[in-house]
Every structure is written in C-alpha cells, then in structure tokens.
Design a binder for this molecule. Structure first.
Ligand SMILES: [Zn+2]
Length: 440
C-alpha cells in the first residue's frame, strides 16, 4: 500500500530539515483525496470495474482508469476493495432522546446516527417515522442539526410520532393537512411519510398518509403489522398505495399481517402484481421482521428487495440485524448480485428520497464514498426467529468518506505513517470548557 503524506506534513518536515527556503512553494494538489485502484461499482453511471476516484471541494472531481497520485494531497490504496457510493439507509431509528416511555420518538430505543453510520459505510440515514409534525423541530434541533451523518425523515402520520402504545392508535392525531404543512416547511429533509404499528383494523392512517403524500408529492412507507384479523395486504398494495410508495418489512411474518410468501411457498401473485405497478419493497430487517422462511423462497423466485435497510434501533442492533453490511451480506448470500445489492443501498434510495446528488459517483456529485471489502470464508447469519443461515461472503467497511472528508478508516488507509508525524503535544481534554461558559 502506498502512503502519500498530506501537504501540511510535507511542509512541516521541510521546515524541520531547514529546506523551507530551498523548496519553491509547491502548487496545491488539485485533489484533496484520491481513492486508487479499487473496483468501482456505481450503478447509476454504469460503472463496474477498476478505476480511480478523485475528490475536490467535497465533490466527485474525476473518475478515470488512472489518475496521477501526485495530483492529490491524500491517497487511499483501494486495491482488492470495492469503491461504492456512500450507503443510504432508508429505514433507521435515530430520534434518540431520554424522554421516558417515548420509544422511537425522543426515546432510548432509538440510537445516535454517528455511532452507527460511518463504520458501516453509511453517509445518509433516513429516520422512519420517529417524529411526527408536532415534535419534528425537536428531532431537527437535537439530532439532524448535530449529526455529521446526513439525517432525513419520514414524518409519522401520527402527530406525536412513534411513541409506542396508545399514542400511535389515535386517528384524531393523524392529520393529513398539518403533516403536509410540516413537510412543506422542510423540503429535502422530510422526504416522506410513515405509517406504522396501527392495529385498529381500519385504513385511516394509510389513507391519511397517502392524502398528505399526494398533496406534497412524497412517498409513503408502511409498516403494516398487525391487524386482528389482518387487513388484506392485497388491498394495501393494489388499492391504497400508489406507485412509488413502499412496503417495509418485506420478509417479515408477524401476527396480524399477511406474509408475501404464502403457505404453499409461493410469492403471492398480488405481491408480484403490486411490484409491476410500481409499489416498492424494502427489507426493514429490525428485531422481528426478517425470516429466512420468507426470504429464501422469495429470492429463489427472484423476488429481491428494491431497497435494503436496517430498521436500526436498540432491539435490532445486537440481534440478527447487526448493521447494514450484515443485512446486505444476507441478501448477497441469498443470490442477489453485488452490483444490485449496492444499487439497493445507493441509487435506489437516493431516487426515493429525491436527492439526485447522492447515491452515485458521477463528477459533481456529493463525495460520499464507501470503500468495502468482500471477505470470503465460513460465515453465519441469524434471522428474527433465531435461525442460522450459512454464507460464504461478508461485507466489511474499510473507509467511509462524507462530503470529501474521511469519517471512518478501519485500517488507517488514508493516514500517513506515525513516524512521519511532527512532534506536537495534543490538546488536553482534562478540562473541557463548560457548556455555556463565556469565552475568555
Ligand atoms: Zn422501523
């Protein structure tokens, strides 16, 4: 692996050696970062081969068969690795807070974005219904505005958000107009509407969400469990949802919702028909919504996901779900080609959230990049029933770049050797400034 020193280190070394006057001021390299020799998979631009990717000013600046390393102030050797657009998680729960009994809406069951995103190659997380119109500003102030991860939101059709229990069952708090007003206030940040957890056996939340979605031109994502007896999934997919709306938890089999694979082991014809008319299917693994008894027959019949997502929260992060790379690895081992797995986590969710600058490595696009390893060996994957499936491939994240900055570097591939670093005492964290204290 070749290491290229940042310009600042080179000039410091020059100073130390007394060469400052002897060396003419070098021109600033054109690129802040060059990822060299990796196998680029960029489905949106049809790229699938070994290429170099250069970054400048936080954007993709050049993608070519070979780019001169001297043109960059920092180089990552990606030989043997895959270079893909920064991953987008369409279904996560990151409205973390300490409000008692608040579940995934300013509650302790939601997790902090930066603690999970970059280490898994993710640069964008979409919170799936944590906040409703009433508490979206709290979500924005506390989480969206303070995270390095780009955080977007499916606004819950329930005004008070995903607080669990009776709060999510009140049709009087499902207002299409007020939801739409909040969406119009934050275009590009609120990118859709979520329906979840409703169990009173009528279509109120779905229809109100679709009404607000039609009004504001955003998609609706539905977690449809569980009604007793179940409302027909066929009616949801083919009568109530529009093309572009999303069924999440596609490989789940929970009480109170029809599974997509029936008792004869066949993907229901009405599910295939819904896909044909443009309804999208999202993994949304979670703690209880991914069963190999659904995923194996479905994928054998070619029914792969449109989008692969985590449903990240405290109930899934340490169970079968783990992280997005583990979920993507499951789908990869179920036979979905790697380039399609990457598309399901990049260009496809980028289109759903209507952020065309994301999810690809085209020149001028946002420099969000993941450098991934595909490890081979004997691996195991666990589903929501606790069952194990063996696999031979596993994805691992080596480097993550967000807006041109290296935000995760598993093996220090972007860093110079320690012995070249100047002797500079590091700042002490023993006495951090008190929050709110006046500046001296
Ligand atoms: Zn969820």
């Amino acid at each position: 692996m070749s290491i290229h020193l940042p310009v600042s280190v080179v000039s410091l070394l020059g100073l130390a050696l007394g060469l400052a006057t002897a060396v003419p001021a070098a021109a600033q390299p054109a690129y802040s970062l060059l990822i060299k020799g990796g196998h680029v998979i960029d489905p949106k631009n049809g790229r699938d081969g070994v290429m170099d990717v250069a970054v400048a000013n936080g954007k993709i600046a050049e993608v070519a068969a070979s780019i001169d390393a001297a043109k960059a102030s920092r180089v990552v050797d990606a030989a043997g690795l895959y270079v893909v657009p920064g991953l987008i998680d369409l279904h996560a729960h990151v409205f973390h807070g300490t409000e008692p009994d608040a579940y995934l809406s300013n509650g302790l069951s939601a997790v902090l974005p930066d603690s999970h995103s970059f280490r898994s190659g993710q640069t964008t997380l979409v919170d799936a219904g944590g906040a409703g119109w009433r508490n979206f500003l709290q979500f924005k102030t506390n989480i969206i505005d303070t995270s390095k991860t780009r955080v977007l939101s499916f606004l819950n059709i329930v005004g008070s958000g995903m607080k669990g229990g009776p709060a999510e069952q009140d049709p009087n708090d499902m207002d299409a107009q007020l939801t739409g007003m909040r969406i119009r206030q934050y275009p590009g940040v609120i990118i859709g509407i979520k329906v979840a957890h409703y169990n009173r056996g009528d279509w109120t939340p779905v229809d109100r969400a679709v009404e607000a979605g039609a009004d504001t031109e955003v998609p609706v994502m539905v977690d449809f469990g569980g009604h007793f007896p179940p409302l027909p999934l066929d009616d949801l997919l083919n009568k109530h949802l529009r093309p572009g709306d999303i069924l999440t938890h596609m490989y789940g089999h929970v009480r109170g919702r029809n599974p997509i694979v029936n008792e004869q082991g066949q993907v229901e014809p009405y599910v295939v028909a819904a896909r044909k008319r443009g309804v999208l299917f999202d993994v949304g693994h979670g703690g209880g919504s991914f069963l190999f008894r659904q995923a194996v027959p479905a994928t054998k019949q070619g029914f792969y996901p449109d989008v692969i997502s985590t449903d990240l929260h405290t109930g899934s992060e340490n169970a079968g779900m783990k992280d997005i790379l583990n979920v993507m690895s499951k789908i990869l081992n179920l036979g979905m080609p790697l380039k399609d797995v990457i598309a399901a986590n990049t260009v496809k969710p980028a289109a759903i959230v209507k952020h065309p600058e994301l999810g690809h490595l085209g020149v001028g696009g946002e420099a969000d990049i993941a450098v991934l390893a595909v490890r081979t060996g004997d691996f195991g994957f666990i589903d929501s029933s606790g069952g194990r499936m063996k696999g031979t491939k596993k994805l691992e994240c080596e480097v993550t770049v967000k807006a041109g900055q290296v935000v995760w570097d598993l093996n220090g591939r972007s860093a110079p050797d320690w012995s070249t670093m100047p002797v500079i005492p590091q700042s002490s964290s023993a006495l951090p400034p008190r929050a709110g204290a006046p500046q001296k």
